[in-house]
Design a protein. Structure first.
Length: 234
């Protein structure tokens, strides 16, 4: 059965382009040009027993900025939310990620990028076993969360406990962006939210141990102004 996607985007041209592209990929796409209309569609989807599997949400909408809708979704539904934003929405984007959006794409983005992010978000929600994750393997990297073992190309890499915690947190959301705030609170604790220099320091250490070339990271990617992403090859 086709996965149902709700696309909320007020730009008519982009809405049609995305709808067509996603339909070709086999998604069942419904569209909406406003937050209020999207909210009605979401409510209807529940009462009609045909819930959406994913929400694509533009931030700049004629009747709101996406926040209220995200709030409603987080309270009432369990579906992944991908934010579609323009570059100037930066602050807002971080706010929405902290509020529980799964990921974001900055316009203009390629369809293949969108599809890849959608797959990651759907997989994370579909499995919902993030807390129970015991091992992770992708590309050169292998992490045994239970044994606290990390390998690059099968070679054991020694990490400090904090480095391991940071890596494990990124592994839990592999392929998705994790905000500075989420990393600081989960690795160091909520009282460390302002200590972004910890992140820079520990990320540099992790890169020097895990990347082939730490000045050109391929694994631990920086999302400027937002956070970090553990790159997951398709
Ligand atoms: Ca817009």
């Amino acid at each position: 059965m086709a996965l149902k996607v709700l696309l909320v985007e007020d730009d008519r041209e982009l809405r049609q382009t995305l709808r067509d592209a996603l339909t070709v990929e086999g998604y069942d796409v419904q569209t909406s040009a406003s937050a209020s209309d999207a909210s009605a569609l979401l409510k209807h989807s529940i009462s009609s027993g045909a819930a959406f599997d994913l929400l694509l949400l533009d931030l700049g909408l004629p009747d709101g900025n996406g926040s209220d809708l995200l709030h409603q979704v987080r309270n009432q539904f369990n579906l992944p939310v991908l934010i579609i934003s323009a570059r100037h929405d930066e602050d807002h984007k971080v706010h929405l990620l902290d509020a529980g959006a799964d990921d974001y794409l900055v316009k203009p983005f390629s369809i293949s990028e969108l599809l890849a992010r959608m797959r990651v978000a759907l997989r994370h929600r579909g499995t919902s076993v993030q807390a129970a994750l015991t091992s992770y393997q992708s590309g050169h990297l292998a992490v045994d969360v239970t044994k606290h073992e990390v390998r690059i190309d099968k070679r054991l890499v020694k990490l400090t406990p904090t480095e391991f915690k940071l890596l494990a947190r990124l592994v839990r959301q592999a392929g998705q962006v994790v905000t500075h705030r989420q990393l600081l609170s989960d690795v160091w604790g909520v009282e460390f939210l302002e200590h972004t220099h910890y992140l820079r320091l520990y990320m540099a250490q992790l890169r020097s141990k895990l990347e082939h070339n730490s000045t050109e990271p391929k694994l631990l990617l920086t999302e400027p102004g937002v956070g970090y992403r553990l790159c997951e090859p398709d």
